[in-house]
Ligand binder design. Structure first.
Ligand SMILES: [Zn+2]
Length: 108
């Protein structure tokens, strides 16, 4: 599991999570190619919600213990920008390394 946090020019953080080094490479290429859209999306989200996309982690932290699936305790994935350029909220994801057998994510 690879997770990289990228700081954008306007102070936002884009988190990229990948299952393998190759996938991370692909994701990072996508991020670099779409950087202007990502920054525009974070600005747009702030304009619509009046909230900062970079809200303190404590405020976004879920209440209560992490849910579990048959693979064990699920891992918390912070919100970010999807490949379609849409911001998404934090969620709990299955820790299975095999994508085929991963359980459904639980949104915070
Ligand atoms: Zn699972």
């Amino acid at each position: 599991m690879f997770t990289i946090a990228i700081l954008t020019g306007n102070g936002h953080t884009v988190t990229v999570t990948a299952q393998s080094a190759d996938e991370l490479k692909t994701d990072l290429t996508w991020v670099s190619e779409n950087a202007p859209q990502i920054i525009a999306a974070t600005k747009s989200l702030e304009a619509h919600t009046g909230a900062s996309v970079n809200a303190p982690a404590a405020a976004a932290a879920p209440v209560g213990p992490a849910p579990a699936c048959t693979h064990g305790t699920m891992r918390l994935v912070q919100g970010g920008i999807s490949k379609a350029g849409k911001p998404y909220g934090a969620f709990y994801g299955c820790t299975s390394q095999d994508r085929e057998s991963q359980c459904q994510s639980v949104y915070v």
